[in-house]
Write a protein that binds this ligand. Structure first.
Ligand SMILES: *Cc1c(COP(=O)(O)O)cnc(C)c1O
Length: 381
């Protein structure tokens, strides 16, 4: 089976993890701050807070922005469920903004319309979570302008998009958002096994996220509310979690980060390969974006909705690990129970009906790509 995505681990990655195993610190050691600084520097952000997953980072990001019961959080329906669940962990309610049919990212026009309506009804969101789908950057300048006008905060779910650039500026620099979250799951651009990171330019938000990822416990005298009992003393000053990343993971991530340019180039090369190989097939390929460099986490083709299932099954039967990204979140049973239904976000639904994700990762060979496209041709015949 050719999978849809997979990690690329080399000897340097392995050596980096082994070094940690031989060191004094498997967790809470020096590899974590080193990795945080390296990611922050790569993306041009002030602070990085490593966590056990992007899901944890999204949860902590929402908490740091004071999302709680009675608050509203909006995201894209075309995403993994974690982009929405993070708000529910905080007791907030979730709503969605339909996608743009071309970019497959949250539509800025739909966002603006929904904000106008929400303002009229006194139901503005506290936080909006745009998702850089497949690695293609959202129009953050436009979303940031709406955030200033309507007074909401912005968390970018950049799980697909480390290394992507928009107008030459790296995703994660945070010029138009409060917090950006990356995922380091093995199918993503770089990996730590499990892992995630939140970037921010706000020292206050970074401090809050550091506190919340580790039980809400501080050892900093200036943060304490009581007088110290002695040198052993620590204080829990908020309800936090154990969302820490280990040093094993951070060392792997640091080593992988050095290979980010190689991974991005490899993905772009394979996308160009697909564009060539698919030119004569009855499938729609992702439109190029003149203003931005996608990180190309996913390469999604679209086939006629009536043929999607048969095409998908034929490809799986031929050993191609095609996938579908994403089942619109509002159609999940655990969201339908809040009243969401088919028809609510028609662009996300129409896209979903046609989508097939083809394998894309740096280790995919030219031969693999030819096999994938031949299987697609046969499946469509
Ligand atoms: C993978 C992913 C997540 C969750 O990442 P984890 O690190 O597995 O928690 C969240 N949002 C999106 C868009 C993702 O693709």
């Amino acid at each position: 089976m050719i999978p849809y995505g997979r990690q690329h681990i080399d000897e340097a990655d392995i050596a980096a993890v082994v070094d940690v195993l031989r060191s004094d610190w498997l967790t809470q050691g020096p590899a974590v701050p080193r990795f945080e600084a390296a990611i922050a520097q790569t993306c041009g952000a002030g602070h990085g807070v490593a966590m056990s997953s992007a899901t944890a980072a999204l949860h902590v990001a929402c908490l740091a922005l004071d999302v709680g019961p009675g608050d509203r959080v909006w995201t894209s329906p075309n995403t993994f469920v974690a982009s929405a669940n993070c708000a529910r962990y905080c007791g907030a309610s979730v709503d969605f903004v339909d996608i743009d049919a071309a970019t497959l990212n949250m539509s800025v026009a739909a966002l603006e319309d929904k904000l106008v309506d929400a303002e009229r009804h006194g139901q503005l969101p506290k936080v909006v979570i745009p998702v850089h789908f497949a690695g293609r950057p959202c129009d953050m300048a436009a979303i940031g302008a709406l955030a200033r006008r309507y007074g909401f905060r912005v968390v970018e779910d950049a799980s697909h998009a480390i290394g992507a650039r928009s107008g030459g500026i790296p995703v994660g620099n945070g010029a138009h958002s409060d917090i950006t979250v990356f995922s380091f799951h093995p199918v993503k651009i770089i990996t730590t096994g499990e892992g995630g990171m939140a970037l921010t330019n706000s020292a206050g938000l970074a401090e809050r996220m550091v506190l919340l990822r580790s039980h809400g416990i501080t050892r900093a005298a200036e943060s304490m509310q009581e007088t110290s009992h002695g040198p052993w003393y620590y204080e829990q000053i908020a309800l936090g979690y154990n969302y820490r990343m280990t040093d094993l993971q951070a060392a792997l991530g640091d080593s992988q980060l050095r290979r980010l340019p190689e991974f991005l180039a490899g993905r772009r090369e394979r996308v160009a390969g697909y564009r060539r190989l698919l030119a004569n097939l009855p499938v729609a390929v992702p439109p190029p974006d003149a203003d931005a460099d996608s990180a190309w986490h996913l390469f999604v083709v679209r086939v006629a909705a009536a043929r999607r299932r048969a095409t998908f099954e034929a490809m799986r039967g031929a050993g191609i690990g095609v996938n579908v990204h994403y089942i619109p979140v509002h159609l999940q049973p655990d969201y339908r129970r809040f009243g969401f239904a088919r028809g609510d976000f028609p662009n996300a639904e129409a896209y979903y009906d046609e989508a097939i994700t083809l394998p894309l990762y740096p280790g995919l060979t030219e031969d693999d790509q030819s096999i994938v496209v031949a299987a697609l041709r046969d499946a469509l015949a």
